[in-house]
Design a protein around this ligand. Structure first.
Ligand code: NDP
Ligand code: PYC
Length: 322
């Protein structure tokens, strides 16, 4: 490491110290530090160390339970339920993931429902936890109302992230993780802080006109990716990871919090799949067939999602995080 870089471990120690100093229990501080350092280390700045400040403001405002202990509720079904008890989602995920994986290996498919959590994080660290266990997985959650439906002008949906992962025997898993808005709100906030304009097509101002001004975008509405298609996927996330799991939708989360400047509270849905169980009795090995598909994508010069991230991770592990 140099005098302008930190190792992952060193940054993790600092972030842990900051959160414990703000009153988070060691369990919650460790879970938060892990995803924030992972974000910074993978050059995902919209969910890296810049998020510390927002988490601290959310703790100070009394909107998150700093020493919450996740409570697991198990029955015989394929649904593993974890109540975060008003704490951050990350400790709840860490508590439920091994149970989810075990249930999935038995039944072929299983879901984890996280309720009553404050959520600020990227989803790919969770997806990678499950792909590391040899499972395919998807994760999704609402956020708070900041995105207009396609054809509308008022914020209603959240930036609702959607992530998927497929395990690979060699090398990094196949993972994508994106906001269902054109870009994450964190990207707009980073433009605001840097004083740089947004690319066109990201947002509309409060008067409904297109804007490249980050302040006007934050006050107005962000736009869904892919027009009506992103809008529909975002609506699906409101239904599955809000309504269906008995937790808040994005407009409800905004109204409950009364602000778009603190981390929102709602639920999250994670679904795990055992590819070998799904493919049983069918021709071909699912993992080998997936490799054929990935090779055909990259043979065209296209890159797989997360390749930029994995490259950044290798670099920051070798040289430190700037
Ligand atoms: P990006 O648009 O930057 O990236 C989305 C995905 O597309 C990534 O997996 C990325 O991989 C991949 N990708 C980008 N360019 C290419 C390309 N040319 N070819 C193939 N794949 C590509 O992300 P977003 O701004 O939409 O979201 C950022 C993060 O914000 C996510 O991690 C998400 O979970 C988080 N988020 C969290 C929310 C919450 O409520 N908790 C709300 C909204 C977002 P790579 O990283 O390698 O570029
Ligand atoms: O970047 O859109 C976002 C976001 C919202 C909540 C957490 N991240």
């Amino acid at each position: 490491m140099t005098d302008t870089t930190l190792s992952h471990d060193a940054l993790n120690g600092i972030v842990m110290q900051i959160f414990q100093g703000a009153g988070l229990s060691p369990q919650n501080a460790a879970a938060l530090a892990r995803v924030i350092v992972a974000g910074e280390g993978d050059a995902c700045k919209s969910h890296g160390i810049y998020r510390i400040e927002g988490c601290l403001r959310t703790i100070k405002a009394g909107k998150v339970v700093p020493d919450a202990v996740p409570q697991m509720h198990q029955d015989d079904s394929a649904i593993v339920r974890v109540n975060a008890g008003g704490g951050f989602s990350n400790a709840a995920f860490d508590a439920g993931a091994p149970v989810l994986a075990e249930r999935c290996r038995t039944t072929g498919i299983a879901a984890m429902v996280i309720n009553d959590c404050t959520h600020f994080a990227a989803l790919w660290p969770e997806i990678e936890t499950l792909t590391d266990m040899g499972l395919a997985a998807m994760a999704m959650c609402p956020s708070y109302a900041s995105v207009a439906p396609s054809g509308g002008t008022d914020p209603l949906m959240g930036t609702n992230p959607f992530a998927f992962g497929w395990p690979r025997a060699e090398g990094d898993p196949y993972v994508f993780d994106f906001a269902t808005s054109v870009a994450a709100r964190g990207e707009i906030e980073l433009h605001r802080r840097a004083g740089t304009p947004l690319p066109e097509g990201w947002a509309i101002a409060p008067d409904g006109r297109p804007t490249t001004d980050p302040k006007a975008a934050l006050a107005g509405a962000m736009l869904p990716f892919g027009g009506h298609k992103g809008s529909a996927i975002s609506t699906m996330i409101e239904l599955l990871a809000g309504v269906m799991i008995g937790d808040l939708t994005s407009p409800e989360a905004r109204d409950a919090l009364g602000s778009l400047t603190l981390a929102p509270a709602h639920g999250e849905l994670i679904i795990a799949f055992d590819p070998e169980k799904f493919a049983a009795g069918r021709p071909g090995d699912p993992f080998a067939r997936a490799e054929t598909l990935f090779a055909a994508i990259t043979a065209q010069g296209a890159r797989l999602p997360s390749q930029r991230r994995f490259k950044a991770r290798a670099e920051t592990r070798a040289k430190g995080i700037p």
